[in-house]
Design a protein around this ligand. Structure first.
Ligand SMILES: Nc1ncnc2c1ncn2[C@@H]1O[C@H](COP(=O)(O)OP(=O)(O)O)[C@@H](O)[C@H]1O
Ligand SMILES: N[C@@H](CCOP(=O)(O)O)C(=O)O
Length: 322
């Protein structure tokens, strides 16, 4: 259950009115999600999602909300934060930060085929290009510095062969990070967590169309290739073995490249970046699993999945579409 902060109908109606969204007709708590309180808010003018932020602060939120606004203005289908008459998009409910965004239609595609991957790949590249002139800056807070800080915290909970893998991979990634090729990678705002459950599709089975990307609260400025690698590891994978599914991966990358061709350095670093993306989520899942935060209400994700993916990416490097 992900309603940590109760919002009354009166509070929601007043906020909807202030944002010129019409008269409230329905307010329903959303059970999915682990970080924030989310409600579907309906008015006589449409459907919206009201989020009360439980972890992110008033100081941190402008980077994420303004990024969504920036992308929405450039016709990337992402939730568009609604402004009041003064242009303010960050609101306050129960003393906590809150936002209202438009509701994306449809549902997540949890068993994607090539045509879903193509649509996500194409839109990912468009999103990267649309973010080039985004003026705010925040690093990827789950990047290399965070791995260096967190690996020693999780190591004591691991078996000897897992420790070796984790330490060796961190060493490898630190060396890659210092190379000129890595420094030359094109960068900009990235979603950094664009898994299947953060994308919506709508339409009849077999004919689904992408309706949007959401949950931008791990976004930051990083290499575009990192975003691509995170997606390949989730959208184009055989979940039981961790192997990349060549067909879906090729469809994803080709569609991405229809919008933006990968550079020579990106192609060269793709195998290392697929390892980096697996490492990132192995570390965060280990951290959630062994050091659960007090407020966490849901079962942590299985860390062994990303350990398997990492071993697989090391054993069978994937160099992209030839
Ligand atoms: N803009 C949106 N449009 C449609 N559904 C949304 C939107 N934002 C969130 N949701 C729904 O709410 C659920 C929880 O959102 P999520 O961002 O994953 O929460 P949390 O930040 O708590 O992890 C999603 O799985 C999705 O079903
Ligand atoms: N995608 C990550 C978890 C991030 O949490 P989210 O539910 O907010 O997307 C993972 O699978 O480990």
């Amino acid at each position: 259950m992900a309603v940590f902060t109760e919002v009354s109908r009166e509070e929601a109606a007043a906020l909807a009115q202030r944002l010129s969204l019409g008269s409230l007709t329905d307010l329903r708590g959303i059970t999915a999600g682990i970080e924030n309180t989310n409600y579907f808010l309906s008015t006589d003018r449409g459907e919206w999602v009201l989020t009360v932020f439980e972890r992110l602060t008033f100081e941190q939120l402008p980077f994420y909300l303004q990024l969504m606004k920036h992308l929405a203005r450039r016709e990337i289908p992402v939730p568009d934060p609604q402004a009041d008459a003064d242009g303010v998009i960050l609101h306050r409910l129960g003393g906590k930060p809150a936002a209202v965004v438009n509701r994306l239609q449809g549902r997540s595609q949890l068993a994607p085929a090539s045509w879903h991957c193509e649509q996500v790949g194409r839109m990912l590249a468009r999103m990267h290009l649309a973010g080039r002139d985004y003026p705010l800056h925040q690093p990827n807070l789950r990047g290399l510095d965070w791995w260096i800080e967190t690996v020693p915290v999780v190591l004591p909970h691991l078996a000897p062969e897992q420790r070796t893998l984790l330490e060796d991979e961190l060493f490898f990634q630190r060396s890659v990070a210092e190379t000129p090729a890595n420094e030359a990678l094109p960068r900009g705002p990235v979603h950094a967590d664009l898994f299947r459950d953060n994308v919506m599709f709508d339409g009849l089975p077999g004919h689904e169309k992408l309706t949007g990307f959401f949950d931008f609260y791990f976004a930051g400025v990083d290499a575009w290739l990192f975003d691509l690698a995170v997606c390949l590891n989730d959208w184009c994978i055989d979940l039981s073995t961790g192997r990349l599914d060549e067909l879906r991966a090729a469809a994803f990358v080709q569609a991405y490249e229809d919008e933006r061709a990968l550079t020579h350095d990106e192609l060269r670093l793709l195998p290392a970046m697929l390892r980096a993306a697996a490492l990132r989520f192995w570390i965060s899942r280990l951290w959630d699993f062994h050091l659960p935060r007090e407020a966490s209400m849901l079962q942590p994700h299985d860390p062994t999945h990303f350990e398997r993916v990492l071993r697989e990416r090391i054993a069978n490097p994937w160099h992209g579409v030839s």
